[in-house]
Design a protein around this ligand. Structure first.
Ligand SMILES: NC(=O)CC[C@H](N)C(=O)O
Length: 305
């Protein structure tokens, strides 16, 4: 039986927009609080390059922590071995900005997808890229084959002036000798990386390499097949912070969320799917996005399990 993906996405969209409880839009980064919780987009890109979409899939939003996977891919492509001396690959079971484990574990973050880990990855990129912000943006644009993708400087600034916990994390890392560059420089890069704006369709394209053994849509190899496998494993175990177990249980795909309300998930060799709904649940993951993806994998029976 062939699946009617368009009908499935339309049904998911129709159900989502009438839901009364849409979660709460993030406001700890003041600039994000202005986004309406009424937005809902879903976009699917299959390995044979077919696209299906419904709702606000072409409206750009702040990708926030979704960017951590792209930064990790860039870092891995530059210096694979040295990364794992500075960042672990264990789920934290804690919120994305939790600091207590970092102190307890001598400044080695649990994984590259919590804030502390992503800040170490940002440090590695700064040490290795000639023009860090310019080069990273170029990498993202290349993956998505789209030069219109950009940083939102207002969002980056908004996070900078309220990012006390990230400053705390960076200072803690520095005190343990696990940050080689200046705290300000690393956080400036990190806040910009998180401020990148993309829509669901662009994200499905940018994440295609993780479903395609390291090759992007244009068939260029950016990371090896083995590196793609490892990044997918980290997404599965760590992509949703203290809700990674719940996401695996409900959805059954490697994926990554961001506090801008985006979620990207994928089934290797099959598809990438992106949802956007800005209202978050208590764990900081998109409430309707998680529900939508649960419905998608339940209806299609397409999951890794
Ligand atoms: N979970 C997220 O999306 C968090 C990213 C955000 N920029 C922060 O550091 O707090």
């Amino acid at each position: 039986m062939t699946l009617d993906f368009q009908a499935i996405l339309d049904a998911i969209h129709k159900d989502a927009i009438i839901k009364k409880n849409k979660g709460i839009v993030a406001s700890y980064i003041p600039e994000l609080a202005n986004i309406s919780d009424q937005n809902f987009g879903i976009h699917l890109r299959t390995s044979d390059n077919k696209e299906y979409a419904s709702g606000d899939y072409s409206v750009p939003f702040s990708i926030q922590s979704v960017s951590k996977v792209l930064a990790l891919a860039k870092a891995i492509s530059i210096s694979n071995q040295s990364i794992w001396k500075r960042v672990d690959v264990e789920p934290s079971g804690n919120p994305f900005n939790e600091l207590s484990l970092l102190e307890l574990e001598n400044g080695i973050p649990r994984n590259p997808l919590i804030n502390a880990g992503a800040i170490v990855i940002a440090d590695i990129l700064i040490s290795n890229l000639e023009n860090p912000k310019k080069d990273f943006l170029k990498f993202v644009r290349t993956l998505a084959n789209d030069d219109s993708i950009s940083y939102n400087k207002q969002v980056a600034l908004s996070e900078k002036v309220t990012g006390f916990k990230n400053y705390a994390a960076a200072n803690l890392l520095k005190s343990f000798g696990n940050l080689h560059n200046d705290v300000e420089d690393v956080l400036d890069f990190y806040f910009h990386q998180c401020s990148i704006e993309m829509n669901c369709s662009q994200l499905s394209k940018a994440f295609f390499l993780f479903a395609n053994k390291g090759k992007c849509m244009l068939n260029k190899t950016h990371i090896t097949e083995s590196q793609a496998k490892r990044i997918n494993a980290i997404m599965l175990t760590c992509g949703f912070y203290d809700e990674a177990g719940e996401f695996a249980f409900e959805v059954g795909l490697p994926g990554k969320s961001g506090v801008g309300g985006g979620i990207v998930a994928l089934l290797p060799d099959h598809f990438v799917i992106t949802t956007w709904s800005p209202g978050l649940n208590k764990k900081g993951n998109s409430l309707l996005g998680m529900q939508a993806l649960e419905r998608f994998t339940t209806k299609t029976k397409l999951s890794i399990f």
